[in-house]
Design a protein around this ligand. Structure first.
Ligand code: ITT
Length: 211
């Protein structure tokens, strides 16, 4: 066959650059065979209010809104840090824990301050992610992933984003901000959820293939 085959298109429904980089990377590494675009191409698209009570509710809200606005199949993730000593908070409120949506440094500093006196044995936490696929006029799927570990007393590492500098996955001595991108993707909540979504993407978008 001559010329470049044009695969099916999928829009990644996030405005968080750290998440976008991971979503692109994980889908690429999983070999979906779909062409991926993002919301930079839709600057007029209004913000979607994250009013859901669960990660799955919010992921579906975002994916539905973006699929409707763009007319393209959309993948959205909703994710966050759940801290045992804070009864699972910040959870779905992770992105605006400081009071300002997207203030990642403020949210991290506040979580650390809130658990200052919590001793090492009780600093358990996990990252959770729900990833949704919505095809306009077609199917909807939501899958989930989690990674368990504990929180440090001070930030360490420059990679990743958000709460990565204070999260040490079980079995590791490094924070996820000290890990390479492939090492984080292999164990992360987002990596697990997105890899579970890949066969569903391949089914829903004829021409895409899961390697
Ligand atoms: P979109 O809704 O546009 O995707 P957002 O940042 O609002 O972007 P969420 O509502 O899902 O996304 O909030 C996720 C927050 O949880 C994110 O801002 C981080 O603070 C935190 N978070 C999620 N995954 C993380 C990860 O892998 N590493 C560090 N922090 C993470």
């Amino acid at each position: 066959m001559s010329g470049q085959a044009v695969g099916p298109r999928l829009v990644l429904a996030t405005r968080n650059p750290g998440k976008l980089a991971e979503l692109r990377r994980i889908l690429h590494d999983a070999g979906t065979g779909v062409e991926v675009c993002d919301l930079d191409q839709y600057p007029q698209m209004p913000e979607v209010a994250e009013t859901g009570a669960t990660f799955a509710d919010n992921a579906l809200l975002k994916a539905r809104a973006v699929a409707e606005y763009t007319g393209l199949p959309a993948v959205a993730d909703d994710s966050g840090l759940c801290v045992d000593a804070l009864n699972g908070m910040p959870g779905v409120l992770s992105a605006r824990w400081s009071g300002v949506h997207g203030d990642e440094e403020g949210g991290l500093a506040l979580v650390l301050a809130q658990i200052t006196d919590v001793p090492a044995g009780r600093r358990g936490a996990h990252f959770a992610c729900a990833a949704a696929l919505v095809v306009p006029g077609g199917t909807e799927h939501v899958v989930e992933g989690a990674v368990y570990g504990c929180l440090t007393h001070a930030p360490r590492g420059e990679n990743g984003f958000g709460y990565d500098p204070i999260f040490v996955p079980a079995g590791s001595e490094l924070t996820t901000a000290e890990m390479s991108a492939p090492a984080k993707d292999a164990i992360s909540h987002r990596g697990k959820a997105l890899r579970a979504l890949v066969p569903l993407i391949a089914d829903a978008l004829p021409g895409g293939s899961a390697a």
